[in-house]
Write a protein that binds this ligand. Structure first.
Ligand code: SF4
Ligand code: SF4
Length: 460
């Protein structure tokens, strides 16, 4: 299936003494052979992972809920990783998985989940154990329950080699977290649109200055920087570098920063693996010129001026009790605002009608606010859904909301609903993912139009 190519360059993982290939394998968007997230196509996924390892990838990232239907249960990703890393592959990689922090109620839960994950992964030790998705809603509780002490004891008794965390919140909290413990690694959302968002470049540099490795997630912003770059920005990029693909722009911008240890890609199909391996294998320091940085800045400005939400389609806000597919709707909201032409906007409505099933529609939001606390981007979800419902009230196939069966009304005002308490999109940052516009609700893993099967796409 794959041919041999150049090995991938490695970088030091902070002060751990380990080094890792600049491309890491994220196991959250593996290929499926059925409608459920658990239905991983095992043969293809195993082949992808092993091919990447054979070409030099040595950082494998998974997490307790990946490829599961519910965030309170273990998904299928850790099990797939256990399978793929048999036959001697385990010894060739740094294995990372994550404590499901939102399920931790007491100190003993931390040990319970770690022990369960060791069993699920079929290993006696995890290299990097991350406190998953640290943000303001969980941090104080975890700190008071003794997260740092738990990490120390897990290192001491040999179940974990390096304590780490993944992060989705602002720089101020990032700074607090980084300084709270002797962390070996931090994983941040970072890409050329998010330079000043969440931990951002400041966070990257702070962590690196403390000797931490930094692993980057969302390098292509959930696929957005590949599939939904409009003609204007595309032209800016192709004029600067006719031979660079859109994934190349995303990866090169990151690899150009020495503080970045590993860039994770959640690869879904073999062609993505090949493309990303080729990009990583061809990377040499100094490749990004000043003119390239200028081109990226122009593209960033373009998007900042057009997008409405910072949604990354992470799915942490789901499930919505009313059945609204929040990331899909916010993706359509962003997509609608990318283009001025009525023709393009009509097309958005057409796709909304096809791709957003009745109960999933924004108009079914009743403003209960259950989703607000869960969103790492602090998006005012009900407000943005209200705008989405207004825009798409005339879109295609009617849902139960438009046939009397739903809880909401198309274009309804939120009058009478509880006021939104939090979740404003950060001022001056109006970026967002349109991942769902391509027909895939990333959290459900149910491709409608699976663009990832096409060659030349660069993962997420
Ligand atoms: S506010 Fe709306 S989208 Fe959020 S959980 Fe409630 S009904 Fe669902
Ligand atoms: S609204 Fe927030 S939690 Fe929901 S998918 Fe978007 S970024 Fe994630």
């Amino acid at each position: 299936m794959f041919k041999e190519k150049r090995m991938i360059p490695k970088r030091q993982m902070g002060r751990t003494g380990e080094s890792a290939a600049i491309l890491g394998f994220g196991c959250m968007r593996l290929p499926l052979k059925g409608p459920r997230p658990e239905d991983i196509d095992l043969d293809t996924a195993r082949g992808m992972l092993r091919t990447a390892i054979d070409r030099g990838v040595n950082y494998v990232d998974t997490a307790y809920p990946y490829h599961g239907s519910a965030r309170d249960q273990g998904g299928a990703s850790e099990l797939l990783v256990a399978d793929a890393l048999s036959d001697g592959y385990r010894e060739r990689v740094l294995l990372a998985t994550k404590l499901p922090t939102w399920l931790v109620e007491k100190r003993s839960d931390m040990d319970k989940f770690l022990d369960e994950q060791l069993k699920r992964l079929g290993v006696s030790r995890i290299d990097f154990y991350l406190a998953h998705n640290l943000n303001s809603s969980v941090w104080d509780k975890l700190e008071s329950l003794g997260l740092g002490e738990f990490m120390d004891s897990a290192v001491k008794d040999g179940r974990v080699r390096f304590p780490a965390f993944s992060f989705h919140d602002n720089f101020a909290l990032f700074e607090r977290v980084v300084k709270s413990h002797d962390w070996a690694m931090g994983q941040i959302q970072y890409n050329y649109l998010d330079e000043d968002f969440q931990a951002g470049r400041r966070g990257l540099r702070l962590a690196a200055s403390r000797g931490m490795a930094v692993v980057v997630m969302e390098p292509l912003r959930g696929g957005f920087l590949v599939d939904h770059v409009p003609p204007g920005p595309r032209e800016i990029l192709s004029k600067a570098r006719p031979d660079w693909s859109l994934p190349a722009w995303g990866f090169h911008w990151l690899w150009n920063q020495p503080e970045v240890s590993v860039v994770l890609s959640g690869m879904t199909r073999p062609p993505q693996v090949l493309e990303n391996l080729d990009l990583a294998g061809a990377w040499t320091d100094g490749k990004v010129r000043e003119a390239d940085q200028k081109a990226v800045s122009e593209v960033r400005q373009y998007f900042e001026s057009r997008m409405r939400t910072t949604c990354t389609s992470c799915g942490y806000c789901l499930p919505c009790p009313s059945g609204v597919d929040i990331p899909k709707n916010l993706g359509f909201l962003n997509q609608y605002h990318l283009f001025d032409a009525q023709e393009a906007r009509d097309k958005c409505k057409y796709f909304y009608g096809i791709q957003v099933d009745g109960p999933e529609r924004a108009s079914n939001c009743v403003g209960c606010q259950e989703c607000l606390e869960k969103c790492p981007q602090h998006i005012a979800i009900p407000d943005f859904l209200e705008r989405t419902a207004e825009i798409y009230s005339s879109a295609g196939r009617p849902g139960p909301d438009r046939t009397g069966g739903g809880k909401g009304r198309p274009g309804a005002s939120r009058r009478g609903r509880p006021p939104v308490r939090s979740g404003r999109a950060p001022a001056g940052r109006r970026l967002g993912s349109v991942w769902s516009f391509c027909g895939r609700s990333s959290t459900r893993g149910t491709p409608v139009v699976d663009y990832l099967t096409q060659p030349g796409r660069g993962g997420t």
